[in-house]
Design a protein around this ligand. Structure first.
Ligand code: GDG
Length: 466
């Protein structure tokens, strides 16, 4: 593979002060989880926002540091952003404009001009860094919605550059996306890429329809958009996980032992697990309401089934997130207050990031995983769970991109509380041989379409004639 230049907002390794010493951690989130194994196998540079308070002290004058720290494989080039830039470009434009609109939460969007102006200037900073990196050759693979303008900005600096972008979240219908006042610039920015990838065909089709609505002169042939003298390939390539690593790491004796100890410490016969960033798209409240309904309708499950929810903090400075957190926690308190006994907690709610080992242990001990976002580009948790657990049952939202491939899951409508409650019952009652069949099929799907398949397929389509 050519030298790879990846651009993403979140950096894969963050250096932070811990008293006098410096800790290096991997941040939570799907994009980093997916791309880091790819970069570890490719030579190159990953350009990202340097967000840790010790990042500067661990980087050279260009913001570069070799990572992973314990076994350096590639260069991380950090871009320094001011607090105002973080507020307006990241928390503002990316998370309060593009994120809510693409997830059909337009009512949460704040169309502020200062967000847009800063988004443009930050995109330019990343395009400049990528242009410098291109002097050493390579291809530029841009991650996600934070950088929709970079393809065009970079193309203006390096006209022959190989540039592609993967859009990690859903792409909504044309009428929905078009509520963004700056939609035309965003679409033009994206169309300077050679290729744009989405998780599903539905997202890719929505993108094409949005371009055609905005630019009636654009021509579309076989998923190639011709516009303004350029051709851009639009592809649906569902992202995967590093299946082999998950399967191997979760079988280490320390994880097996830790899982047994954790299992014994929970006073319940059966465990249901949810793992999410605490985001309004992830359907956490509806999931709890379904669990409440299940406990109502199945009195014998009380004191026997516990729900463990990891709700890792995210975007905590945004009002909509604070409000959602308040509502969820109010309901956890209410549901626990209603059913809890001195020896049993119905919902074990953990509002902290758990470390990787603990996460593997939880995946191992969960009889059922509920991955029920109200909408999600893909959802990696569904894939991680089946890679780790070979006898668990997966309940999966029909509105997660993952449901396209993982058809053998118990697929639910996350708005239908009653049927989700029934799905919990069905999952907990599933016979051993059906569980094995369920897991075998799901594991094969996740293994066959892992992160390396995704990258190979992305590059194959990028390199094949446009
Ligand atoms: C976007 C799209 C798409 C979560 N809590 C903890 C923790 N995690 C890890 C999970 C998983 C990742 O974070 C979350 O992955 P998702 O796929 O759910 O999602 P997003 O962050 O929303 O990412 C999504 C993804 O991009 C990739 O394209 O699938 O649709 O929205 O890896 O394990 N990890 C640890 N502790 C936690 O508490 N260690």
């Amino acid at each position: 593979m050519d030298r790879l230049i990846v651009i993403s907002n979140r950096e894969p390794y963050v250096h932070e002060y811990n008293g006098e010493s410096i800790d290096c951690s991997v941040p939570t989130g799907g994009v980093v989880a997916a791309i880091d194994p790819v970069m570890q196998n490719a030579k190159g540079t990953w350009i990202a926002w340097g967000s840790g308070d010790a990042d500067k002290d661990c980087s050279d004058t260009k913001g570069c540091v070799k990572v992973p720290p314990e076994d350096p494989k590639y260069t991380l080039r950090r871009i320094w952003l001011t607090q105002k830039e973080v507020n307006d470009y990241y928390l503002g434009f990316s998370n309060r404009v593009i994120w809510p609109v693409c997830h059909l939460f337009q009512e949460n969007a704040q169309f502020r001009k200062n967000y847009w102006e800063t988004y443009k200037s930050v995109n330019m900073r990343f395009a400049e860094a990528a242009a410098e990196e291109l002097e050493k050759g390579g291809k530029v693979f841009i991650q996600d919605v934070h950088f929709s303008l970079v393809p065009d900005m970079l193309r203006n600096k390096v006209p022959e550059a190989a540039i592609a972008l993967f859009w990690h979240i859903p792409f909504p219908a044309a009428e929905t996306f078009s509520c963004i006042p700056w939609r035309s610039d965003i679409l033009k920015g994206l169309l300077s890429a050679d290729m744009i990838g989405f998780h599903t065909k539905a997202h890719a089709d929505n993108f094409i329809a949005t371009v055609c609505r905005e630019f009636p002169q654009a021509k579309v042939n076989n998923n190639i958009i011709s516009y303004n003298g350029r051709r851009t390939k639009i592809a649906a390539i569902p992202i995967g996980i590093d299946y082999t690593s998950y399967a191997k790491n979760s079988s280490m004796p320390s994880i097996i032992k830790g899982a047994e100890t954790t299992r014994k410490s929970i006073n319940a016969e059966r465990i249901i697990l949810g793992v999410d960033r605490l985001d309004y798209t992830k359907g956490i409240l509806n999931r709890f309401l379904a669990f409440e309904r299940y406990l109502e309708s199945s009195p014998r499950a009380r004191e026997k089934v516990s729900f463990i929810q990891i709700a890792s903090p995210t975007r905590v400075n945004i009002n909509e997130y604070r409000e959602m957190k308040r509502k969820i926690e109010e309901n956890v308190g209410r549901i626990n207050g209603r059913f809890q006994t001195p020896s049993w907690t119905p919902i074990i709610y953990i509002n902290r990031k758990v470390d990787e080992d603990k996460l593997l242990m939880l995946y191992r001990i969960a009889d059922v995983a509920m991955v029920t976002p109200v909408i999600d580009g893909m959802n990696l948790v569904a894939k991680e769970y089946v890679a780790v657990n070979d006898k668990g049952v997966l309940i999966l939202s029909e509105f997660a991109g993952a449901s396209e491939g993982m058809k053998d899951a118990i697929v639910v409508n996350p708005y239908d509380i009653e049927s989700m409650a029934k799905a919990i019952q069905k999952a907990l009652k599933m016979k051993q041989k059906d569980k094995i069949n369920h897991c075998t099929k799901l594991r094969k799907e996740v293994k066959d379409h892992d992160i390396f398949w995704w990258l190979d397929e992305f590059f194959r389509q990028w390199e094949s004639d446009c």
